[in-house]
Design a protein around this ligand. Structure first.
Ligand code: 8YV
Length: 333
């Protein structure tokens, strides 16, 4: 019999979901969390027809140079700055991601972080656990209101719209957004959000949330100059990619009272975190868990598997993967 095509799965996902790939392909699946070097990735891809990868694995021209059988790369995650899509497409390799299934879960996390920063939730917990709560007092840990404030959203894709709806409907916030292109009126009115230019967004927001894709064009979009435009009472929440923010400029602003607080789920050099951020009391830090609910992570793994099976010409959607990466996204994730 002809050898079955081989697929590489870079990290342990859910065994029962990954096993579906085994119905069609020979599986080369990591059983432990693994840090893959570029050379090791090239080696795994060398005789693979397909790959299922996470944000940990960068797949570019070098990694695919000797992968002559490679026809599809399925990314687990909606953001795909780890993939050089142009290099994949130039070789006729299909790339897919996992939009939609993580939208609401990630928008929930944006609000958890925003509220934690504004109301000093994790700071208060640390303070209590350190045994510093000796007497209730009127002015302990005063924060800033979320309800009725102005929510600024930078990057108004699916997740940005989910954050907007939560702000408008749940917390009575005035919602402003900035996106490269203004959204159709129907989406603006569903999200109860108004488009403004970036400068206006930075100046008006009481709580600014970053939900835009990372690329060379958006690297350090939030730099010292941008932070200087924000209100000293404002908070900044980042659930997108760490590289959108100049972390040293952020640490400067936070330590000099030019910004009230920040909540960060993503970091430029993750998993290592800028020590200046670690040292600040007014930063909420989480380890890139925006989409990390059990149901959503299962849905992401399942969608990635469906994409890979279809892209490699098998299953009910043979040749028509559900969520291929096509033209660049319109400015949000
Ligand atoms: C994923 C993410 O956990 O979807 C994204 O863009 O950052 C996260 O939801 C990550 O991409 C896993 O590879």
């Amino acid at each position: 019999a002809e050898a079955r095509p081989r697929v590489w799965v870079s990290q342990p996902l859910f065994g029962d979901i990954v096993a579906r790939l085994g119905e069609h392909f020979e599986l080369d699946a990591a059983t432990d969390v693994t840090i893959w070097s570029p050379d090791a990735i090239a080696d795994r891809l060398h005789d693979a027809s397909g790959a299922l990868v996470t944000l940990n694995e960068r797949i570019g021209a070098g990694e695919i140079a000797s992968a002559t059988a490679l026809r599809a790369v399925a990314n687990v995650g909606v953001g795909y700055d780890n993939l050089d899509v142009a290099a994949l497409h130039a070789r006729g390799i299909v790339a897919t991601n996992t939009p939609d299934v993580l939208t609401e879960t990630t928008a929930d996390m944006a609000f958890a972080l925003l509220m934690a920063a504004a109301r000093r939730v994790t700071e208060g917990e640390r303070w209590l656990r350190e045994g510093r709560w000796t007497q209730w007092s009127f002015d302990t840990l005063l924060g800033h209101d979320v309800h009725g404030s102005t929510l600024g959203i930078l990057g108004m894709g699916r997740i940005g719209q989910g954050v907007a709806r939560r702000g408008a409907l749940g917390f009575g916030m005035r919602v402003l957004y900035h996106n490269r292109s203004r959204l159709p009126e129907r989406i603006e009115s569903n999200s109860r959000a108004a488009w403004v230019d970036l400068d206006t967004l930075l100046r008006a927001a009481d709580h600014l949330v970053l939900v835009l894709p990372y690329s060379s064009a958006t690297r350090h979009l939030i730099d010292a100059a941008a932070l200087a435009k924000m209100k000293p009472t404002a908070t900044l929440t980042n659930i997108a990619r760490g590289g959108l923010v100049d972390e040293d400029a952020l640490a400067d602003a936070l330590s000099h009272g030019r910004l009230a607080a920040a909540a960060l789920d993503v970091f430029e050099g993750e998993p290592s975190v800028n020590p200046r951020l670690l040292a600040l009391r007014n930063v909420v830090l989480t380890p890139h868990v925006g989409s990390a609910s059990l149901a959503t992570r299962r849905a992401m793994a399942s969608l990635a598997v469906d994409n890979l099976i279809a892209a490699l010409g098998h299953g009910p959607r043979a040749g028509d993967p559900p969520t291929p990466i096509g033209a660049p996204a319109a400015g949000g994730i």
